[in-house]
Design a binder for this molecule. Sequence first.
Ligand SMILES: NC(=O)c1ccc[n+]([C@@H]2O[C@H](COP(=O)([O-])OP(=O)(O)OC[C@H]3O[C@@H](n4cnc5c(N)ncnc54)[C@H](OP(=O)(O)O)[C@@H]3O)[C@@H](O)[C@H]2O)c1
Length: 280
Amino acid sequence: MANPDRFLLAGVMGWPVMHSRSPMIHNYWFKQQGMAGTYVPLAIRPEGLAAALRALHPLGFSGCNLTIPHKQEALNIVDEVDAAARRIGAISCVTVRPDGALIGSNNDAFGFIRNLQQAFPDWRADAGPVLVIGAGGGARAVCYGLMEQGAQEIRLVNRHFERAREIADEFGAQIRAYPWQQRNEVMAGAALVINTTSQGMVGQPALEVDLDLLPEHALAADIVYTPLETPFLKAARQRGKRTVNGLGMLLHQGPRAWQAWFGIEPAVTAELRALVESSL
Ligand SMILES: NC(=O)c1ccc[n+]([C@@H]2O[C@H](COP(=O)([O-])OP(=O)(O)OC[C@H]3O[C@@H](n4cnc5c(N)ncnc54)[C@H](OP(=O)(O)O)[C@@H]3O)[C@@H](O)[C@H]2O)c1
């Protein structure tokens, strides 16, 4: 448990960082828990990442989250990396140990799965093929989480095929990479389809996919949360599919970080979700 005599500090390092909703989320929890502390946005240029991470301990920070573009580079800086982060190839959370050592972890996969489970309580990873669109950092976390949950067949499509094939080669036989041109065909028989590309995000064009072959009972998820309903999710909803947006993936990473930093797990409440939604 956190020391009540200490003003607790954590933050998010990114470049840029001011768009991040993490300060809103974590400061809500400081208030909810009645704890003295704050969570700050830290605008850190890529070339300053190592120095910034090393400064966490002398400044008294318990840890920080990492966002674009730092998640991969941080792997080379921290002192220890947990198994999930090593496999995913990126760190989303750093915890400062009392001796100053920096521990890297990745809560993206956990957040994604928890969000899915909350939205679809009857969901099972082995219910049928899962189609993952995209092969960036988000996709790696999603694939890791799905495999941890027992997914038997993950179909991975990406604009640049090589990136999808790399993930398939690294992660194992449950993942098969398909060329981008086949993205609509591989919808056939899928129990779940997930957009992990940046397409559909505010300022980006919609993801170019055709959902005609998606089975009637398939679920659709997006890890993008600005906007809350992407064109991809809207198209799925209009076809009668159950959908879930990416906000819960972000929210559900928080309690894991708090557990590592402060020894408690605050709740993702409806009030918190509404607060963040109202800011989007
Ligand atoms: N909800 C959450 O907590 C959470 C967590 C992580 C990420 N995200 C969101 O997920 C999205 C992806 O993040 P990331 O970290 O995975 O980014 P990333 O590593 O840069 O990967 C971007 C992905 O989008 C694809 N892409 C980009 N432009 C495209 C286009 N015109 N047509 C088709 N595909 C395109 C890329 O394909 P290529 O490989 O072919 O370039 C790649 O698969 C972002 O919007 C991010 O904000 C949300």
